[in-house]
Design a protein. Structure first.
Length: 205
């Protein structure tokens, strides 16, 4: 077998290998339908790690901000409740960040009213800032325990200061980041928060 033929075979094999690898990265849906093994890469320490080819991770957790009324008058007191739903996942804690327009809303409390649920007993962060329009709230389960299901985690009272549609938003990037709202899974500590439901209030004079 001459050298030119050997070189041709090597080029063909390398081209096919590169195309396969790029294809797995750029069009994962097609290759996943073939039930092929996951690609691995060396991390420099002699062991391999799986490369996650999925575009997003399905996270079942949800946080909802629920108001006790859909409409109110300027100066009328409205109650807001934070509802956490973990679906079938168990969590050890949650961080919740809310934003609101401080020129349109005044929160009447200096802190949220914590849940009466025995599942959450530690609240390391409980802050309401009417100047910046931000609420930060963290809740943890008791040591060696966890929570699974749906519960009302905390509540607060506020009054609208002007007419119009007023929004209260849960800070959530959707990418599993730790600097926004999150639900920490028991054991792994991974963020299982996959969606949020914000609140809106129609205010009349």
């Amino acid at each position: 077998m001459n050298n030119k033929f050997i070189i041709f075979l090597l080029i063909a094999v390398l081209s096919l290998g590169s195309g396969y690898f790029l294809g797995r990265l750029l069009i994962p849906e097609f290759f996943q339908s073939l039930n092929l093994p996951k690609l691995t890469q060396d991390n420099g320490g002699g062991t391999n790690q799986n490369i996650n080819l999925a575009k997003s991770v399905d996270r079942p957790g949800k946080i909802t901000l629920r108001l006790d009324k859909a409409q109110a008058k300027v100066g009328e007191t409205v109650k807001a409740e934070i509802i956490v739903n973990t679906d079938k996942k168990a969590i050890n804690g949650t961080d919740i960040i809310l934003n609101f327009d401080s020129e349109s809303i005044t929160v009447l409390d200096s802190q949220l009213t914590a849940t009466d649920s025995a599942d959450f007993s530690i609240f390391p962060v409980n802050e309401i800032d009417n100047k910046s329009g931000e609420i930060k709230y963290s809740a943890l389960t008791a040591p060696d325990s966890a929570f699974m299901g749906e519960t009302m985690l905390g509540s607060f009272l506020f009054q609208p200061k002007k007419a119009g549609k007023l929004d209260l938003n849960i800070v959530f990037s959707g990418r599993g980041e730790t600097k926004d709202s999150n639900l920490a899974e028991q054991g792994t500590g991974e963020d299982i928060l996959g969606s949020v439901e914000n609140a809106a209030l129609v205010v009349k004079e």
